[in-house]
Design a protein around this ligand. Sequence first.
Ligand code: SF4
Ligand code: ZN
Length: 502
Amino acid sequence: MSKGMWDDIPVDVGLVYEGERIRKKQMQVELGGPKITEKFELVQAREMDEIEDGKVIVVGPDISDMKVGESYPLGIIVEVAGGMVEKDLEAVLERRIHEFMNYIEGFMHLNQRYDIWCRLSQGSFKKGLNSLKIIGTVLTRLYKSEFTNVIEKIQVTFYTDAEKIKPLYEKAREIYNARDARARGLTDEEVPEFYGCTLCQSFAPSHVCTVTPQRISLCGAINWFDARAAAKVDPKGPNFKIEKGELLDPVKGEYSGINEITKKKSLGEVERVHLYTILSPYNHTSCGCFEAIAFYIPEVEGIGIVDRNFKGNTVNGLPFSTMANSTGGGRQTVGFVGMAIEYMRSPKFFSADGGWKRVVWLPANVKENVKDAIPTELYDKIATEQEAPDLASLKEFLKEADHPVKEYWTEEEEEEEEEEEAEAAAQMMQIPTQMPQMQMGAPQMVGGMIQLPMFGAVQFPAGAIGGLGGGQWKIILKNAKIYAEEMIIKRVEKPKKKQKKK
Ligand code: SF4
Ligand code: ZN
């Protein structure tokens, strides 16, 4: 970005502002966000004669007309034209709105599509950033400098008038849906390669998205076609081709090509990726902008899903935000994974774990949204916050509904015994450094090792175990409810072993 480029802009513009958070107390105004239902951002490809280059239009009140500390609706339409501009590029260009708006000092943009959330700081407002026209101008310049050979003309329109946004919001949702639908039916096996995205590395440095036809990116904004189009026109950009390499595990979805490129792009942090499971130490990494979180519920051996808009506590007693904090940041966390709502429509939706047969809890509005994807015979067996606000009611509900997850349940008595055993073992345990390579399975004694499911309380950030070096490590779990999966806990039988060796 050349220096003179921003001389007429009252605040600074640059990469350095990307991670900036604006707290409620510091904000001048909020645009979109949780208080506003209808909000969206959309990029549309146009013909050269349909738009005026550099033009920024504001429909509705501008920032200077807005009350301090209030929330307002926001719709953003970015129209682009040029010889290389094609429909397939819309989604990836759209995803860059997030990045480019965050370059503006004192301006924050979160999420994507129908879920955007922006804030302007009082500091930047005082410096003169008092109009969406300025923000639009920054956007047009950043787009043109980043996509020099692609975008020849760009025009930006901001809508802040609730009445005007309504029909456009509906239209935008139709467009998102049509994009998503395009990849439905295409399988991972039939395409020659996958694609990746590292756009979120500015927030989550070890995060690498693998985008396959049957696993849309976790932000939900970039599908296989989108990433492919972007990699073609902007090979040095955040989207890239992934050669599949060898299919190492068809069930969990592990490919040598994905492992290789993820390792390289995460600078060695992430070495292996399992695409179709939530129960692996090699779960897909999660950045921060996932549309929803899938969380394992050890008490019923099932999977719950919560979307970003769900208010209050989920069935496990935690709200979305708490789970997002322990899931995001580019980590691989057993039992927690960020995902797109659209992924629920994929035949590979947690297929390694049993797919829909394992889903036990969804927010009511998500259940309604993905009704078409839920196997009919399961629809009434999946609980929502209405039937199951907590674990006790969930268990009752699943029993009564005869949910297929019951297949995974052992006898209750056995369970309790195992829990006790696990608790005793966990008072103090030593974990072999190669632990994550161990197989997953039902709790059992194997030689001196106990293999048991363990979730919730303990989470190892990517690389934490592998990077420990030689020797053994002591991990003390306080107040932990012990269930383990993907983890082998070695019982320490100190005196015995030493004696034997002698
Ligand atoms: Fe790219 Fe993934 Fe971030 Fe979406 S979540 S912008 S696909 S890195
Ligand atoms: Zn992200």
